[in-house]
Structure formats: C-alpha cells, structure tokens
Design a protein. Structure first.
Lengths: 114, 115
C-alpha cells in the first residue's frame, strides 16, 4: 500500500516569491508520481508527472518537481509566484506495475498575496 | 474537446430522495472513477470501473451504486440521500487499461447539497 503526505494544508506566498509545495510518499515499489492543480469550481488538471527517466520534471505554467528517491519526496516548485497560481494542489502516487488506482494527498491551498 | 462531462453541475435534494449523477467521456478511455471531495479530506474514491462491464468498490462505497453503461458513460446513484452525502462529486477517466503511469482526467464536478 502507498500513502501520500502533503505538508501544510495552506501555503501563503507573496507575488514574485518562490513557491514550494511539499509531497512525501511511501510505496513498497517504485512509484509513478503526479501533481494536479484545482482552480475554484473546477476539476483537477494535470500539472506534471514523473514516470521514468529524468528526475526533474517540468510541467505547465512554469512549475517543476524533482523526484528524490532517497528522501521519498516529490516537491513542487515555481521560481516566481503569480496571482493566477492561487489554487489547490494535489500530489498523487501510483505504484509501478501494480494497481493503477492513485492515492491522493489531502491537498495544499496556495494563497498568493499581492 | 469536451473531455469529461458531468451533469448536473448543482443539485439540492431532500433527505431520502434519490438521484443519479451522470458522467461521460469522449477520450476513448477504459477506466472511469467517481470521487467525493470534502474540506480537509482530499479526494476519496467511491467506485471505479476498469473497463466496460466491470465495477469495483473504492474507499467509501456505502450509500452509492454505479453503472458503467458503455465505454463512454459511468453513472453514480444515490438511492436514499443522507445529509452526510453533501459533497462535491468528481468523475474522472484514464486511458490506462491497467497501466498505472497514466494520469486521470477530471470533470468539473457536481455540487450536491442534501437537506
């Protein structure tokens, strides 16, 4: 079984500041990892995913995440926050070669101050 | 491209009433899912369907039934609505066919209130 922990239910940053959203996972087999974003009154949209290969993954809207196996982490970053980045962010994991049903974290709400 | 379409977008029910939430996808995906989203709880899987003709229980199936009508459509039914079922319901699909590296595609949700 796998689990996902997102540290901090809310993260607040100023516009132009670095965004760092944390995700740690536990999995008995190598995982596939995903970040999704949810804007108000919308469904989740894929930001980026790690399956195999390069551990630094670039996604949409200037976001990227790095898979660190030794730290069992997949933190999401963006160098400079924009007001339009305010949303809920979810980390998800599925085990490679196993069940395709993802396990989602509880989400982190990103608040961007002008 | 429509992607995943959910109807209705909003619904208010009285306790004990029944209703069916509809979901359709136009991406030729094999797998479909129903989730509920509650504040502080993230997404919880209610039921899923790996392919046409199959359905399986997720984490919180009690009080719900599902039907995979065909490859495109996957409906969720509340037989006797209870206030605890007030939530936002999301349908999702993925083109995995059992491959776990495929992302899910979500509809915009149905906001359901039960009085």
């Amino acid at each position: 079984a796998q689990s996902v922990t997102q540290l901090g239910s809310h993260v607040s940053v100023s516009e132009g500041a670095l965004v760092l959203l944390r995700c740690n996972y536990s999995s008995s087999v190598p995982p596939y990892l995903f970040w999704y974003v949810q804007y108000p009154n919308q469904g989740l949209q894929l930001l980026l995913k790690y399956t195999t290969g390069a551990t630094l993954v670039k996604g949409i809207n200037g976001f990227e995440a790095e898979f660190k196996k030794s730290e069992t982490s997949f933190h999401l970053t963006k160098p400079s926050a924009h007001m339009s980045d305010a949303a809920e962010y979810f980390c998800a994991v599925t085990p490679s070669g196993g069940s395709y049903i993802p396990t989602f974290g509880r989400g982190t709400s990103l608040i961007v101050h002008p | 491209n429509a992607g995943v379409t959910q109807t209705p977008k909003f619904q208010v029910l009285k306790t004990g009433q029944s209703m069916t939430l509809q979901c359709a996808q136009d991406m030729n995906h094999n797998s479909m899912y129903w989730y509920r989203q509650d504040p502080g709880m993230g997404l919880r899987l209610i039921y899923y369907s790996a392919s046409e003709g199959t359905t399986d229980k997720g984490e919180v199936p009690n009080g719900y039934n599902v039907s995979r009508l065909n490859k495109r459509e996957f409906s969720l039914r509340l037989e006797s609505a209870a206030p605890s079922q007030t939530s936002v319901y999301f349908c999702a699909s993925s083109g995995d066919g059992g491959v776990s590296n495929q992302p899910q595609h979500f509809g915009d949700g149905t906001r359901l209130s039960i009085l």
